[in-house]
Design a protein around this ligand. Structure first.
Ligand code: HSE
Length: 429
């Protein structure tokens, strides 16, 4: 006889309704592959007026999530409402009652992952969160299982589909920022508040989740450098292309011994860099570990279907674990020796675009201030334009310390020949 797993879904938005529809439609397919009947017992949403491709029968619907978390027959709670409250209470209560939880809630996990993993462990339950990072790409599974015996030293990711789509559209199709954003929204990639994507915060939440696992550190809620793509202009994309680079929003975490730093910012990467061909809504994560060496994983990073694939993977994984033994094998231990390096001390190469009056002595003044701050210039471009107007002067620097660079640029921006705040983009790779 087939084994049966009962599922409760909380949140009937895009991913919740896709998950329910797939569980219905592919029930036989899943049963043939796992021997388990994945059965939806209840679905909770506050509003059932929105029409979805598959609408559950009224007997399956509820407006009260307590009907799910207090139902002793339900084995897996799928939390897809997002935000902090009441998702945090739902997950904690479900785990405490021994129910497994599947969630895509990156905001909550970026603040509470360590606590919730520990709670899952002490309650003999399980937390699946593959859908919180990089859509359908099995990043968490790799860290939890495939790379478990490794010391991870480096993570570099393109973790936001919306911003990657926007940058690709601006680069390849010469679309404006706002047109590209509109089409990312209409394709269902962007957050309901797209400023989370654009500002780099969405990538930062995902980086925290990955790094918590990869570096075994309790970095949650710490401040680190987070910059978005709002200041990137078409001329930066054009200059980058001329210099042999592309601009990508990168999420970077590195460890040297027990010192870790994290940062999210747009970066110039060489066109032959592994991440430079990751276009459109695709995400990719590059890892370095002491045993596996270097690995790049790549796939669809946003959109309802990709997230649904990850939710379904967690549900099936939990179903199998339930019948094969227990979840108890996982203990999440924080390394108490991990220290964090402030971004002020980081050393990087920079792209600088000054907007200056085209007259004698300007380049010399800029170069002089850079030199005084120990910043060495690697190359310079200045196009002949209308001498009456301010012109862009683009410089690439050799590796320099962040706080020196910031100090130099703020001094340069006070010069009377400078007409707009200088554009600073870091160079990676
Ligand atoms: N808004 C997110 C993105 C969705 O664009 O990547 C996936 O988390």
């Amino acid at each position: 006889m087939r084994k049966k797993i009962s599922i409760g879904i909380i949140g009937y938005g895009t991913v919740g309704s896709n998950t329910a529809a797939v569980l219905q439609k592919k029930n036989r397919f899943f049963a043939d592959r796992t021997g388990i009947d994945f059965h939806i017992k209840k679905i909770c949403d506050v509003n059932w007026d929105n029409k979805r491709d598959w609408m559950p029968p009224v007997s399956m619907r509820t407006n009260d999530y307590n009907d799910i978390i207090n139902d002793p027959e339900i084995n897996i709670v799928v939390e897809l409402i997002g935000k902090f409250h009441p998702a945090y209470e739902i997950i904690k209560k479900s785990l405490r009652q021994g129910k497994a939880v599947v969630t895509a809630n990156k905001f909550l996990l970026s603040k509470k992952l360590t606590e919730l993993l520990t709670l899952a462990d002490t309650s003999g339950s399980y937390l699946g969160f593959e859908a919180s990072v990089a859509g359908a790409i099995p990043v968490i599974k790799m860290l939890r299982e495939s790379f478990i015996g490794n010391r991870i030293n480096s993570v570099i990711g393109i973790l936001n589909g919306t911003t990657n789509y926007i940058l690709s559209s601006m680069t390849e199709k010469h679309q404006t920022f706002s047109d590209a954003l509109k089409s990312a929204q209409s394709l269902g990639y962007a957050e309901s508040e797209p400023s989370l994507d654009i500002s780099g915060k969405d990538s930062a939440q995902k980086l925290v989740i990955i790094s918590t696992y990869a570096f075994q550190c309790g970095i949650l809620d710490r401040d680190f450098l987070i910059e978005g793509i709002e200041r990137i202009e078409p001329q930066d994309i054009d200059f980058a292309r001329e210099l042999g680079y592309k601009i990508k929003l990168l999420a970077i975490g590195k460890r040297l011994d027990d010192t870790v730093f994290l940062k999210v910012h747009p970066a110039l990467i060489p066109v032959n860099h592994m991440l430079s061909d990751v276009e459109s809504v695709y995400n990719a994560v590059y890892f370095e570990g002491d045993l596996f060496g270097k690995t790049l994983i790549y796939g669809e990073g946003a959109g309802g279907k990709a997230a649904t694939s990850a939710v379904i993977a967690d549900i099936m994984e939990i179903g199998r674990k339930l019948y094969l033994g227990s979840y108890l094998s996982e203990q999440f231990i924080i390394n108490p020796h991990v220290k964090f390096q402030s971004s002020d001390e980081l050393k990087t190469r920079y792209y600088l675009r000054f907007t200056a009056i085209d007259r004698h002595g300007v380049l010399a003044s800029i170069a002089n201030i850079l030199g005084k701050n120990k910043i060495s210039i690697a190359s310079v471009i200045q196009k002949e334009e209308n001498p009456e107007h301010a012109v862009p002067i683009v410089m690439l620097t050799h590796a320099a310390i962040e706080k020196n660079l910031q100090k130099a640029v703020s001094t340069i921006d006070k010069l009377s020949c400078i007409r707009h705040p200088t554009q600073i983009i870091r160079i990676e790779g």
